[in-house]
Write a protein that binds this ligand. Structure first.
Ligand SMILES: [Zn+2]
Ligand SMILES: [Zn+2]
Length: 309
């Protein structure tokens, strides 16, 4: 797949995102590509994780989780973070005509979710995005049901920096924000981080990334992250929006907010998509890539059970 860098427009903090309570963040920090290298220095605790992982998460499934085992023996578990049913409303898709929307026969909205995904690879837990956190997130309860302690999550790979993907990284105490994943490195795209740094309303992002300042790892599109997870350019939804490929699994982040509508109409954006033209281009490109390579897609706003092919 051809990987392109995306030059970041500076005025992408659009009013729709602000009114939706989605703020942005930034903080000056430089890092090299070396920073994405795995340290491999925690043999003792990793072996403890491996023991835990010996009891497959699949055997502990709940209504809000589903585990798929990949061909290399690793597994990825969908974790529904929102409580109950989530329907994304028709007015989130202003691009869609009434006739197109009505043809879906979904008058109450398009089935969706807020989700995170847990990779169990090489005896280590890696989280893709961290969900809503204090804004109603259920992820920690589901991790507990799966027998996974947050301290055993060693890495978090972020698709982008919207709040519904990062607020679960922190808990709030009297002293301020604290890490939820005390032992985790947090991976964020250099392009994404730099872009949010230049936005105006970024207090929450800045605070959350600041909590993990000593654990931030910045990656570029095309980089291979630990456990053979490849970061791919899917810009448009945000300036550095990233999808991750792990073998036959593609974690597509916020490529789609209304699967039932957008799978056949990738030219329809959601109103959360910051760069409309780039979003359409990325949606078409990534969906074609998934189809060409017969990949299963995991997406943070796909309807339950969180995987589509
Ligand atoms: Zn988003
Ligand atoms: Zn989102």
């Amino acid at each position: 797949m051809k990987i392109n860098f995306f030059k970041v427009p500076m005025a992408l903090c659009i009013t729709g995102l602000l009114s939706a309570g989605i703020f942005c963040s930034c903080e000056k920090q430089n890092a090299t590509k070396d920073s994405v290298k795995d340290s491999g220095s925690q043999a003792v605790s990793e072996s403890a994780v491996a023991e835990n992982a010996a009891a497959p998460a699949a055997e502990k499934q709940t209504d809000a989780t589903k585990t798929i085992t990949l061909s290399d023996g690793s597994s990825i578990t969908w974790i529904q973070d929102n409580m109950g049913e989530k329907l994304n409303p028709r007015d989130l898709f202003s691009d869609a005509s009434d006739s197109l929307y009505n043809s879906l026969n979904l008058p109450n909205g398009i089935p969706a979710s807020v989700s995170t995904y847990l990779l169990n690879a090489d005896g280590e837990y890696v989280l893709f995005d961290a969900g809503l956190g204090a804004f109603g997130g259920q992820m920690l309860a589901h991790l507990n049901e799966l027998g996974v302690n947050p301290d055993d999550v060693k890495k978090v790979y972020l698709t982008h920096l919207h709040v519904d993907h990062i607020n679960g990284l922190v808990s709030k105490t009297d002293a301020g924000f604290e890490k939820v994943f005390k032992n985790a490195d947090v991976y964020v795209g250099q392009v994404e981080k730099d872009a949010w740094m230049n936005m105006e309303k970024n207090d929450l992002q800045k605070a959350i990334l600041g909590v993990y300042n000593d654990k931030l790892k910045l990656f570029a599109f095309g980089d291979t992250l630990p456990h053979n997870v490849i970061a791919l350019d899917a810009v448009g939804h945000t300036p550095g929006h990233t999808v991750f490929q792990k073998g036959e699994m593609l974690v597509i982040g916020d490529l789609m907010h209304g699967y039932a509508l957008q799978i056949d109409h990738p030219e329809i954006n959601s109103n959360y998509d910051m760069d409309k033209a780039k979003s359409i281009e990325s949606r078409k490109k990534i969906l074609a890539y998934a189809k060409e390579h017969n990949l299963t897609m995991a997406g943070m706003h796909l309807p339950p059970p969180g995987f589509v092919k």
